[in-house]
Design a protein around this ligand. Sequence first.
Ligand SMILES: Nc1nc2c(ncn2[C@@H]2O[C@H](COP(=O)(O)OP(=O)(O)OP(=O)(O)O)[C@@H](O)[C@H]2O)c(=O)[nH]1
Ligand SMILES: [Mg+2]
Length: 249
Amino acid sequence: MSNYVRKIILVGENGNGKSLTCNTLLGKEIFDGSKRSRTAGCETCYLHTRSVKLWVVDSPGMFEPVSVLAERALEIQNAVKECKDPHAFLIVFKADSRTDDRNTNTIEMLRLIFGEVFFKHAIVVITNAAKFKSDADFQSYRKQGKMSQIVDLCQGRIVRLENKDVTPQKKREMIDKVFALVDNVSRMGNFCYENKELHCHREMLEYHLKHVAANMPVNNQIEEMKRCLRENLQENGSDSGYYEVAKIH
Ligand SMILES: Nc1nc2c(ncn2[C@@H]2O[C@H](COP(=O)(O)OP(=O)(O)OP(=O)(O)O)[C@@H](O)[C@H]2O)c(=O)[nH]1
Ligand SMILES: [Mg+2]
């Protein structure tokens, strides 16, 4: 067996099924995905069996508490401290998903937390896949509204996953699809996420946490953070066109 350990970080909005997806990938009930539980900080699990070497990081939901987004964002960024050189990020959405605006905000937050390079390693995962009545139903979901732009941003990588009530064989097939995408994005472990400007993102989030007004609407917080990050990156001598190129609206 090779030394390749798949390193995967799960991110996304609250309650979309990150913790249960971790459990599905691990094949074990490690993380609490019960109805009332909310993941509060990053949690890691390393699995080493005869056939699988896997490192999974579960992260807290993106928009809770909503009062100051930067607080959660800093916690989510800790995932790359806990799991250095990750191969892939799974952006978790769910089949009966929310409005386009929420999806767009998720993407903007991920860009603010991890930088544009994040999307080179990102895979869209849609949980609650049993809700799709057919393949055509899934195809129309992935083509609707902002979802198609998000999938394009992730270079077409999308997979559906049902974390409950599926046969072991079906579950195995879904897991294999996720792993195949992880292997593809990481070129069998030879290509890892790295962002030399991550400190600019962290400084911006720390600044925002200290200075943002507690009741500022989410969209205004995001705009404010983008402005601040642009300044930080420019001061750091980074590519100044960064945010103009990256927008998905
Ligand atoms: N039917 C079904 N329910 C799911 C699926 N995935 C998650 N759930 C349910 O959705 C709820 C939230 O799942 P979690 O895994 O805790 O979601 P999370 O993204 O970790 O939530 P936070 O930690 O709060 O951000 C739980 O009640 C799960 O049982 C799925 O594929 N199918
Ligand atoms: Mg969770």
